[in-house]
Design a binder for this molecule. Structure first.
Ligand code: URA
Length: 431
């Protein structure tokens, strides 16, 4: 097969065969196709699109480009969020689902740009090791019911190479390419069931509900074809989720959730996703799953499961027992409302960028992060504020970053005289 012919075919808008897609992906992964040809291929896919059969073939090729885990356990399940601001819910969901009988095998990523990453959050717990072997991962899932690790080199290596190329060639924002990238990795984890949280709004990849719905439907269709039980929520990311943005701040919020003390929006999403995961992986029916979730928080079993998971990963559990041990940033700044009024909208991406500026995120993969940096969100959309009233607290170990962080935050908020009704957090569910 001449790869230039495959590129030409897609360039001219024709559908590619499964063999052509598989051959392209495996040859690129093996280093047999130069980046300039792979870039042209990606751009042709981006501009011409891929139909469902092509998207399935690309997903399958990504999944089989490396190891595929086989679980000899019932009720294996994972979740995936397309990324948002303050979206640390995986940290609470994994132990809740495990405490209720699910087996959560979760591979997570690091934050990049304005969105946070579960791994960075977990690594704010001293000692937590997310880079473990597949065998150890399986042991922890079996014993504790949940393990959260980083992507291993052997899982879907094609995605790692192709994603880096997409990032550099302006070909990230394509529904079929995103679908194949996310599902290629998730299907290689080998779990029975997958619940997706597709974010919509200013803090998300997908800025509109319509785009998010399209991505959710495509991912459900492709994962369904691959024989997995899958469902998706489309959730609002036009406001930061919960009250914390930043790594250790979000770990503390997750611990609060496991004690039943998290903000309402955060708790709503955690409970809904957890119950859906339990239901989908066959633990019990919908009502029973919801009751189990609530009970696991009330009786402390979810918090104990989190503690155990952290311990098995080498983390210092005294931080779970006493979250005041997480180091506080050296510098803080209270951001105050510049006028009276209702908060009409928040450009949530800017909140993520403010957290990044403060040191909580990274611009490049190699950048170090400040685990204590971030934002406490005191007021959110729909809230009334008075001139001078605190709306957020910024934290950073670099005092020089506070001023720009404050300007970014203030520029993200618009006010109105009248209150506009808040959108529901869960906009849609797709099965
Ligand atoms: N996250 C991924 O893993 N892949 C994409 O293409 C986009 C977001």
């Amino acid at each position: 097969m001449r790869f230039v012919d495959v590129i030409r075919k897609k360039r001219d808008g024709e559908a590619l065969s499964e063999e052509e897609i598989e051959a392209f992906v495996s040859a690129y992964t093996a280093g047999e196709i130069p980046d300039y040809q792979a870039s042209a291929f990606l751009m042709a896919c981006f501009l011409r699109g891929l139909n469902d059969e092509e998207t399935s073939a690309l997903t399958d090729a990504m999944m089989h480009s490396g190891e595929v885990i086989e679980w000899k356990l019932p009720h294996t399940v994972d979740k995936h969020s397309t990324g948002g601001v303050g979206d640390g819910v995986s940290l609470a969901i994994a132990p809740i689902v495990a405490a209720c009988g699910g087996k959560v095998a979760m591979m997570s990523g690091r934050g990049l740009g304005h969105t946070g990453g579960t791994l960075d959050k977990l690594e704010s717990i001293p000692g937590y090791c997310a880079q473990i072997s597949a065998d150890r991962f399986q042991e922890i899932v079996k014993e504790v019911g949940a393990s959260i690790i980083g992507q291993t080199e052997r899982l879907a290596p094609a995605d790692k190479k192709l994603y880096a190329l997409r990032d550099a060639t302006g070909t990230v924002e394509s529904i079929p390419l995103i679908t194949a990238s996310i599902l290629g990795k998730k299907l290689a984890e080998g779990v029975d069931a997958l619940v997706l949280d597709v974010k919509a709004g200013s803090g998300a990849f997908m800025k509109t509900e319509a785009e998010a719905k399209q991505l959710a439907k495509t991912m459900c269709a492709i994962a369904g074809k691959a024989g997995r039980r899958v469902s998706a929520f489309v959730t609002d990311m036009d406001r930061p989720l919960g009250n914390a943005v930043g790594n250790s701040l979000e770990v503390i919020e997750a611990i609060e959730c496991l004690k039943g003390k998290a903000p309402d929006d955060y708790t709503e999403l955690v409970y809904a996703m957890s119950a859906e995961m339990l239901c989908l992986c066959g633990v019990a029916d919908e009502r029973d799953c919801r009751e189990r979730v609530v009970r696991s928080v009330e009786d402390g079993s979810a918090l104990q499961t989190f503690r155990r998971m952290v311990e098995m990963h080498g983390g210092d559990v005294s931080y779970i027992d006493d979250p005041s041990k997480f180091p506080r940033a050296k510098h803080e700044r209270v951001v105050c409302a510049p006028r009276d009024g209702y908060i009409a909208s928040i450009d949530t991406e800017r909140y993520g960028l403010a957290a990044l500026l403060l040191g909580a995120g990274r611009n490049r993969k190699e950048d170090a992060i400040d685990h204590a940096a971030g934002i406490s969100v005191l007021k959110n959309t729909g809230d009334f504020v008075r001139l001078g009233e605190p709306i957020a607290i910024l934290y950073s170990n670099d005092e020089g970053r506070l001023k720009e962080g404050e300007q970014t935050l203030l520029g993200a908020i618009s006010y109105e005289e009248r209150q506009t009704p808040r959108k529901p957090l869960i906009l849609l569910k797709i099965v």
